[in-house]
Write a protein of this length. Structure first.
Length: 71
């Protein structure tokens, strides 16, 4: 476990191959080892072609290809 000089765990950024399945596999692997991880997402709205006033909502990663880990 990596700790700063006060003995407090720290957040690190790790890079992975882009793709939802790669991210999910890595996050599952980390959680099995009881390593806290976080991948922030944002909601992206795109206009619908079939409805002028409607939008499609899709969650997309804020930092594609990266996961934060707390160790």
């Amino acid at each position: 476990m990596s700790e700063d000089k006060d003995g407090v765990p720290q957040w690190y950024l790790i890079k992975h191959e882009r793709g939802e399945s790669n991210k999910e596999l890595l996050m599952q692997w980390l959680s099995l080892r009881e390593i806290e991880c976080w991948a922030p997402v944002m909601i992206r709205k795109t206009p619908r072609a079939d409805n002028i006033v409607g939008f499609r909502r899709r969650s997309v990663p804020v930092f594609p290809g990266y996961i934060f880990v707390y160790v």
